[in-house]
Write a protein that binds this ligand. Structure first.
Ligand SMILES: *Cc1c(COP(=O)(O)O)cnc(C)c1O
Length: 370
């Protein structure tokens, strides 16, 4: 699905130097590399504050702690997403309120969000799934109208641009109250271990986030709040500094592969290629097909026999997961999500796909779907 080795080979001298320089510096935690990476990412995203942490799941948790969400508060998020989003809501004893997604773009449906709002709703967590932004303009309008926080889950879409109706452009993750991302190796901006970050333009909130991520301390050994221990180490920051410089060219490589897939599958009635949102660029964390009239699992098996990996993101909707069983939800409640879970298939998508590989993959898919 991804080819991290080939990607590394191309930037090996830069990455190896970054690692060895950090090792000899002995500033392994919160060293100059971490601060430099934060500043460079702030500039790239055009956001006031980047605060690093240990992973994307922690970023979401820290965001909800920093916003002082309390047990019982309702948090609205998409029914079709990775589990981390709902996990932290549940861990903090908040109440996850799931809403449906738009079938073409897989993004959370703003109309469904507004319908789900109650007096207990405190926040909306839009997920920029597979690499393009959820429809942030209506989401921000709904949030303003009902005085809700917006926590963007930008783990799959770092670098995507959202364009507002007045022509203003903003990077994914810098539009809401807080943006949360992950630097897991397979993400678009991935390190060689775990990492994550929060983004915000609010100075007061940035201070609080920094404090919570660091044991709730403002001054060493002075603890104003209960916090967590969540940091990005200096070696990962040094690697991320190298990879950030390539992020836009990596996105271009992914977009090129996506265009190849689009063209190859166009006109095939059994294969629906991913729809592009009108207002967002797509950085293709995943290239996800929706098949109809063929058995998705048999297609996946057929590809596996030809040594083509294909993945199902995500096979079981949140409301059907044992851990998130809830009397409010049952099978049939989220027909769009349930149908997607049964029919989506993500093809290999990364920065190193060449024409020969794309030709081989698309030929196999088309053979099965003829
Ligand atoms: C990867 C991911 C996360 C979690 O990031 P980790 O660094 O693995 O904790 C959260 N949300 C989404 C949508 C993701 O894809």
């Amino acid at each position: 699905m991804v080819d991290l080795i080939s990607q590394y080979q191309k930037i090996k001298p830069e990455v190896d130097k970054a690692i060895s320089d950090t090792v000899t510096s002995s500033a392994y935690i919160n060293g100059p590399e971490v601060k430099a990476f934060q500043a460079e990412l702030e500039k790239y995203l055009n956001v006031g504050h980047v605060i690093n942490c240990a992973n994307g799941t922690d970023a979401l948790q820290i965001a909800m702690m920093a916003l002082n969400l309390q047990p019982g508060d309702e948090v609205i998020t998409a029914s079709f997403t990775y589990v981390a989003t709902a996990e932290v809501i549940a861990l903090l004893k908040l109440k996850p309120v799931l809403v449906e997604v738009i079938p073409g773009t897989f993004s959370i449906d703003p109309v469904a969000i507004e319908k789900a709002i109650t007096p207990k709703t405190k926040a909306i967590v839009p997920v920029h799934l597979f690499g393009q932004c959820a429809d942030m303009e209506p989401i921000m309008q709904i949030a303003a109208k009902h005085k809700l926080y917006v926590i963007e889950d930008v783990a799959q879409a770092i670098g995507a641009d959202y364009t507002f109706s007045d022509g203003r452009k903003q990077k994914a993750g810098t539009i809401g109250t807080i943006g949360c991302t992950s630097f897991f190796p397979s993400k678009n901006l991935g390190c060689m271990g775990d990492g994550g970050a929060l983004f915000t333009n609010d100075d007061t909130l940035a201070k609080k986030i920094r404090m919570i991520a660091n044991h709730g301390q403002s001054v060493q050994y002075v603890h104003d709040e209960i916090g967590v221990n969540s940091r990005l180490d200096s070696i990962q920051a040094a690697i991320l500094r190298v990879k950030l410089k390539h992020l836009d060219s990596y996105a271009a490589a992914r977009q090129k592969a996506a265009a190849y897939y689009d063209k190859a599958f166009s006109g095939n009635a059994k294969i629906k290629t991913p729809e592009r949102s009108k207002n967002s660029t797509h950085v293709f964390h995943q290239y996800t097909l929706v098949v109809n009239g063929v058995n998705r699992d048999e297609l996946r098996q057929y590809l596996a026999e030809k040594e083509i990996p294909a993945m199902i993101y995500y096979p079981i909707p949140l409301h059907m997961q044992k851990a998130y069983k809830d009397d409010r939800y049952k099978e049939g409640n989220f027909p769009v999500t349930e149908k997607l879970c049964a029919n989506v298939l993500s093809l290999p998508m990364h920065t190193e796909l060449d024409e020969e590989q794309l030709e081989y993959i698309t030929r196999a898919v088309l053979e099965f779907c003829k």
